[in-house]
Design a protein around this ligand. Structure first.
Ligand SMILES: [Zn+2]
Length: 286
Protein backbone atom coordinates (compact mmCIF):
# COMPACT_ATOMS: atom_id res chain seq x y z
CA UNK A 1 0.00 0.00 0.00
CA UNK A 2 2.53 2.61 1.16
CA UNK A 3 5.83 0.82 0.47
CA UNK A 4 6.76 0.27 4.13
CA UNK A 5 7.95 -3.20 5.20
CA UNK A 6 7.40 -2.67 8.95
CA UNK A 7 4.41 -4.67 10.16
CA UNK A 8 2.97 -5.47 13.58
CA UNK A 9 0.64 -8.31 14.63
CA UNK A 10 -3.06 -7.44 14.47
CA UNK A 11 -5.07 -10.66 14.92
CA UNK A 12 -4.79 -14.45 14.67
CA UNK A 13 -7.76 -15.92 12.80
CA UNK A 14 -8.80 -19.47 12.03
CA UNK A 15 -10.04 -20.72 8.66
CA UNK A 16 -13.40 -22.13 9.82
CA UNK A 17 -14.70 -23.04 6.36
CA UNK A 18 -12.02 -25.22 4.81
CA UNK A 19 -8.65 -25.95 6.42
CA UNK A 20 -9.13 -25.11 10.15
CA UNK A 21 -5.59 -23.62 9.95
CA UNK A 22 -4.68 -20.41 11.78
CA UNK A 23 -3.46 -17.36 9.85
CA UNK A 24 -1.94 -14.10 11.06
CA UNK A 25 -3.27 -10.67 10.17
CA UNK A 26 -0.74 -7.85 10.37
CA UNK A 27 -1.02 -4.10 10.33
CA UNK A 28 1.41 -1.80 8.50
CA UNK A 29 3.23 0.33 11.10
CA UNK A 30 3.24 3.26 8.72
CA UNK A 31 -0.24 3.38 7.10
CA UNK A 32 -2.20 0.88 9.22
CA UNK A 33 -3.28 -1.28 6.25
CA UNK A 34 -4.28 -4.79 7.37
CA UNK A 35 -3.49 -7.97 5.46
CA UNK A 36 -3.12 -11.73 5.87
CA UNK A 37 0.61 -12.44 6.24
CA UNK A 38 1.99 -14.83 5.24
CA UNK A 39 -0.62 -15.91 2.71
CA UNK A 40 -0.74 -19.24 0.82
CA UNK A 41 1.33 -19.43 -2.37
CA UNK A 42 -0.59 -18.84 -5.61
CA UNK A 43 -0.04 -22.52 -6.51
CA UNK A 44 -1.99 -23.80 -3.48
CA UNK A 45 -4.47 -21.02 -2.73
CA UNK A 46 -7.09 -22.80 -4.87
CA UNK A 47 -7.19 -25.58 -2.26
CA UNK A 48 -8.65 -23.12 0.26
CA UNK A 49 -11.70 -22.54 -1.97
CA UNK A 50 -12.65 -26.22 -2.04
CA UNK A 51 -15.66 -26.36 0.25
CA UNK A 52 -19.23 -27.37 -0.38
CA UNK A 53 -20.19 -24.54 1.92
CA UNK A 54 -18.47 -21.85 -0.15
CA UNK A 55 -21.90 -20.49 -0.86
CA UNK A 56 -21.10 -17.84 -3.46
CA UNK A 57 -19.73 -20.52 -5.78
CA UNK A 58 -22.82 -22.70 -5.65
CA UNK A 59 -26.51 -22.46 -6.26
CA UNK A 60 -27.46 -24.93 -3.55
CA UNK A 61 -30.58 -23.96 -1.61
CA UNK A 62 -30.14 -26.49 1.22
CA UNK A 63 -30.05 -25.28 4.79
CA UNK A 64 -31.34 -22.13 6.42
CA UNK A 65 -28.30 -19.93 5.75
CA UNK A 66 -28.21 -20.86 2.07
CA UNK A 67 -31.97 -20.23 1.78
CA UNK A 68 -31.60 -16.80 3.34
CA UNK A 69 -28.54 -16.05 1.23
CA UNK A 70 -30.36 -16.82 -2.00
CA UNK A 71 -33.57 -14.94 -1.24
CA UNK A 72 -31.67 -11.86 -0.08
CA UNK A 73 -29.47 -12.17 -3.17
CA UNK A 74 -32.44 -11.77 -5.50
CA UNK A 75 -33.31 -8.49 -3.82
CA UNK A 76 -29.74 -7.17 -3.64
CA UNK A 77 -29.08 -8.07 -7.30
CA UNK A 78 -31.83 -5.63 -8.31
CA UNK A 79 -30.40 -2.97 -6.00
CA UNK A 80 -26.92 -3.41 -7.53
CA UNK A 81 -28.21 -3.02 -11.11
CA UNK A 82 -30.17 0.06 -10.00
CA UNK A 83 -27.03 1.60 -8.47
CA UNK A 84 -25.03 1.17 -11.68
CA UNK A 85 -27.87 2.48 -13.83
CA UNK A 86 -27.90 5.63 -11.71
CA UNK A 87 -24.34 6.38 -12.96
CA UNK A 88 -24.20 4.91 -16.47
CA UNK A 89 -27.00 4.44 -19.00
CA UNK A 90 -26.15 0.86 -20.12
CA UNK A 91 -23.26 -0.21 -22.36
CA UNK A 92 -20.59 -2.79 -21.54
CA UNK A 93 -20.09 -4.14 -18.04
CA UNK A 94 -17.29 -6.34 -16.70
CA UNK A 95 -18.06 -8.28 -13.53
CA UNK A 96 -14.61 -9.21 -12.26
CA UNK A 97 -14.87 -12.37 -10.14
CA UNK A 98 -18.39 -13.06 -11.37
CA UNK A 99 -18.91 -16.36 -9.50
CA UNK A 100 -21.88 -18.19 -11.01
CA UNK A 101 -22.83 -15.12 -13.04
CA UNK A 102 -26.10 -14.23 -11.32
CA UNK A 103 -25.27 -10.52 -11.29
CA UNK A 104 -24.24 -10.59 -14.98
CA UNK A 105 -27.52 -12.29 -15.82
CA UNK A 106 -29.42 -9.51 -14.03
CA UNK A 107 -27.40 -6.90 -15.99
CA UNK A 108 -27.93 -8.61 -19.36
CA UNK A 109 -31.66 -8.87 -18.64
CA UNK A 110 -31.55 -5.13 -17.96
CA UNK A 111 -30.04 -4.24 -21.35
CA UNK A 112 -26.32 -4.38 -20.55
CA UNK A 113 -23.72 -6.14 -22.64
CA UNK A 114 -22.10 -8.42 -20.06
CA UNK A 115 -18.55 -9.74 -19.63
CA UNK A 116 -17.18 -11.78 -16.75
CA UNK A 117 -13.97 -13.11 -15.25
CA UNK A 118 -14.01 -16.07 -12.91
CA UNK A 119 -10.99 -18.24 -12.04
CA UNK A 120 -12.97 -21.08 -10.41
CA UNK A 121 -13.75 -23.70 -13.08
CA UNK A 122 -17.03 -24.94 -11.64
CA UNK A 123 -18.42 -21.48 -10.98
CA UNK A 124 -17.29 -20.29 -14.43
CA UNK A 125 -19.08 -23.15 -16.20
CA UNK A 126 -22.33 -22.17 -14.46
CA UNK A 127 -21.65 -18.49 -15.28
CA UNK A 128 -21.30 -19.30 -18.99
CA UNK A 129 -24.93 -20.43 -18.92
CA UNK A 130 -25.90 -16.98 -17.65
CA UNK A 131 -23.64 -14.88 -19.87
CA UNK A 132 -21.61 -16.03 -22.88
CA UNK A 133 -18.52 -13.83 -22.39
CA UNK A 134 -16.94 -15.35 -19.28
CA UNK A 135 -13.17 -15.82 -19.08
CA UNK A 136 -10.80 -17.45 -16.61
CA UNK A 137 -8.32 -14.60 -16.08
CA UNK A 138 -7.15 -11.16 -17.24
CA UNK A 139 -5.02 -12.44 -20.11
CA UNK A 140 -7.88 -14.57 -21.51
CA UNK A 141 -10.10 -11.54 -21.23
CA UNK A 142 -7.54 -9.31 -22.96
CA UNK A 143 -6.90 -11.68 -25.85
CA UNK A 144 -10.64 -11.95 -26.53
CA UNK A 145 -11.75 -8.36 -25.97
CA UNK A 146 -8.60 -6.30 -26.56
CA UNK A 147 -10.57 -3.52 -28.30
CA UNK A 148 -13.33 -3.15 -25.72
CA UNK A 149 -13.46 -0.58 -22.94
CA UNK A 150 -16.07 -0.94 -20.24
CA UNK A 151 -18.71 1.53 -19.14
CA UNK A 152 -18.82 -0.20 -15.76
CA UNK A 153 -16.51 -2.57 -13.91
CA UNK A 154 -17.80 -4.28 -10.78
CA UNK A 155 -16.16 -6.35 -8.05
CA UNK A 156 -18.64 -7.74 -5.55
CA UNK A 157 -16.60 -9.08 -2.65
CA UNK A 158 -13.64 -9.84 -4.89
CA UNK A 159 -10.83 -7.30 -4.36
CA UNK A 160 -10.11 -8.71 -0.88
CA UNK A 161 -9.23 -12.01 -2.66
CA UNK A 162 -7.06 -10.60 -5.44
CA UNK A 163 -3.39 -11.72 -5.33
CA UNK A 164 -2.00 -9.47 -8.11
CA UNK A 165 -3.37 -6.16 -6.90
CA UNK A 166 -1.08 -3.86 -8.93
CA UNK A 167 -1.77 -5.58 -12.26
CA UNK A 168 -5.47 -5.78 -11.53
CA UNK A 169 -5.91 -2.10 -10.66
CA UNK A 170 -3.77 -1.02 -13.65
CA UNK A 171 -5.97 -3.23 -15.83
CA UNK A 172 -9.10 -1.44 -14.56
CA UNK A 173 -7.48 1.95 -15.15
CA UNK A 174 -6.81 1.01 -18.79
CA UNK A 175 -10.09 -0.75 -19.45
CA UNK A 176 -12.59 1.65 -17.89
CA UNK A 177 -14.12 4.29 -20.22
CA UNK A 178 -13.28 7.90 -19.40
CA UNK A 179 -16.74 8.47 -17.89
CA UNK A 180 -17.16 4.90 -16.66
CA UNK A 181 -17.73 3.72 -13.13
CA UNK A 182 -15.71 1.27 -11.03
CA UNK A 183 -17.72 -0.31 -8.24
CA UNK A 184 -16.00 -2.26 -5.49
CA UNK A 185 -17.69 -3.96 -2.54
CA UNK A 186 -15.61 -5.37 0.33
CA UNK A 187 -16.02 -6.11 4.05
CA UNK A 188 -15.14 -3.35 6.50
CA UNK A 189 -13.09 -4.33 9.55
CA UNK A 190 -14.03 -1.05 11.28
CA UNK A 191 -17.73 -2.04 11.43
CA UNK A 192 -19.43 -2.73 14.76
CA UNK A 193 -19.87 -6.45 13.97
CA UNK A 194 -16.14 -6.76 13.15
CA UNK A 195 -15.19 -5.17 16.47
CA UNK A 196 -17.78 -7.26 18.33
CA UNK A 197 -16.65 -10.65 16.96
CA UNK A 198 -12.93 -9.81 16.55
CA UNK A 199 -11.03 -13.00 15.52
CA UNK A 200 -14.39 -14.79 15.00
CA UNK A 201 -15.63 -12.15 12.54
CA UNK A 202 -16.60 -14.27 9.53
CA UNK A 203 -15.57 -11.62 7.00
CA UNK A 204 -11.89 -11.99 7.89
CA UNK A 205 -12.38 -15.31 6.05
CA UNK A 206 -8.67 -16.23 6.08
CA UNK A 207 -6.79 -17.15 3.99
CA UNK A 208 -9.21 -16.41 1.12
CA UNK A 209 -9.35 -12.76 2.18
CA UNK A 210 -5.84 -11.36 1.80
CA UNK A 211 -6.60 -7.65 2.15
CA UNK A 212 -8.76 -6.21 4.94
CA UNK A 213 -9.96 -2.79 3.84
CA UNK A 214 -11.52 0.22 5.46
CA UNK A 215 -12.73 3.43 3.83
CA UNK A 216 -9.44 5.32 4.21
CA UNK A 217 -7.17 2.48 2.97
CA UNK A 218 -9.44 1.73 -0.01
CA UNK A 219 -9.59 5.41 -1.00
CA UNK A 220 -5.79 5.78 -0.69
CA UNK A 221 -5.09 2.61 -2.70
CA UNK A 222 -7.39 3.55 -5.60
CA UNK A 223 -6.04 7.11 -5.64
CA UNK A 224 -2.63 5.60 -6.56
CA UNK A 225 -4.27 4.31 -9.75
CA UNK A 226 -5.96 7.58 -10.67
CA UNK A 227 -9.42 6.89 -9.26
CA UNK A 228 -11.45 9.28 -7.13
CA UNK A 229 -14.10 8.18 -4.67
CA UNK A 230 -17.60 9.39 -5.62
CA UNK A 231 -19.61 7.79 -2.81
CA UNK A 232 -19.80 4.87 -0.40
CA UNK A 233 -22.91 2.87 0.48
CA UNK A 234 -23.51 0.31 3.20
CA UNK A 235 -24.59 -3.26 2.45
CA UNK A 236 -27.20 -3.63 5.18
CA UNK A 237 -27.84 -7.37 4.76
CA UNK A 238 -24.19 -8.27 5.20
CA UNK A 239 -24.14 -7.44 8.91
CA UNK A 240 -26.84 -10.08 9.55
CA UNK A 241 -25.29 -12.75 7.36
CA UNK A 242 -21.76 -12.16 8.71
CA UNK A 243 -23.05 -12.10 12.30
CA UNK A 244 -24.81 -15.46 11.81
CA UNK A 245 -21.61 -17.06 10.55
CA UNK A 246 -19.55 -15.36 13.25
CA UNK A 247 -21.88 -16.70 15.98
CA UNK A 248 -21.43 -20.16 14.53
CA UNK A 249 -17.64 -19.84 14.58
CA UNK A 250 -17.62 -18.37 18.09
CA UNK A 251 -20.11 -20.65 19.84
CA UNK A 252 -20.67 -23.59 17.49
CA UNK A 253 -24.33 -22.56 17.10
CA UNK A 254 -26.19 -20.11 14.85
CA UNK A 255 -27.76 -18.11 17.74
CA UNK A 256 -30.07 -16.48 15.22
CA UNK A 257 -31.57 -13.98 17.66
CA UNK A 258 -28.20 -12.82 18.95
CA UNK A 259 -26.83 -12.60 15.41
CA UNK A 260 -29.86 -10.59 14.32
CA UNK A 261 -29.40 -8.23 17.28
CA UNK A 262 -25.68 -7.70 16.52
CA UNK A 263 -26.44 -7.14 12.84
CA UNK A 264 -29.12 -4.62 13.70
CA UNK A 265 -26.88 -2.69 16.14
CA UNK A 266 -24.15 -2.65 13.49
CA UNK A 267 -26.49 -1.08 10.92
CA UNK A 268 -27.87 1.45 13.42
CA UNK A 269 -24.38 2.55 14.50
CA UNK A 270 -23.29 2.77 10.86
CA UNK A 271 -26.02 5.34 10.15
CA UNK A 272 -23.79 7.87 11.94
CA UNK A 273 -20.32 6.33 11.61
CA UNK A 274 -20.78 5.10 7.96
CA UNK A 275 -18.82 1.97 9.05
CA UNK A 276 -21.14 -0.71 7.67
CA UNK A 277 -20.25 -4.42 7.80
CA UNK A 278 -19.55 -4.20 4.07
CA UNK A 279 -19.06 -1.11 1.96
CA UNK A 280 -19.81 -0.41 -1.71
CA UNK A 281 -17.34 2.09 -3.18
CA UNK A 282 -18.14 4.03 -6.33
CA UNK A 283 -15.02 5.28 -8.15
CA UNK A 284 -14.46 7.26 -11.34
CA UNK A 285 -11.30 8.34 -13.14
CA UNK A 286 -9.73 11.43 -11.53
ZN1 LIG B 1 1.67 0.84 4.76
Amino acid sequence: MCGSTQFEPFLSCKDYTVSQEVFQLVSCKSCGFKFTNPRPEDAVIGNYYKAESYVSHTNTKKGLINKLYHSVRNYTLKQKVKLINSYVSRGTILDYGCGTGMFLKACVNNGWSGFGMEPDNEAREIAKGNCTNVFSDKSQLLSNISDIKFNAITLWHVLEHVTDMKDTLSFFKNKLCSNGVLIIAVPNHLSYDAKHYQAYWAAYDVPRHIHHFDISSMTALLKNYGFKLIETKGMKFDSFYVSMLSEKYKTGKMNLLRAFYTGLISNLKAKDSTEYSSTIYVFKHQ
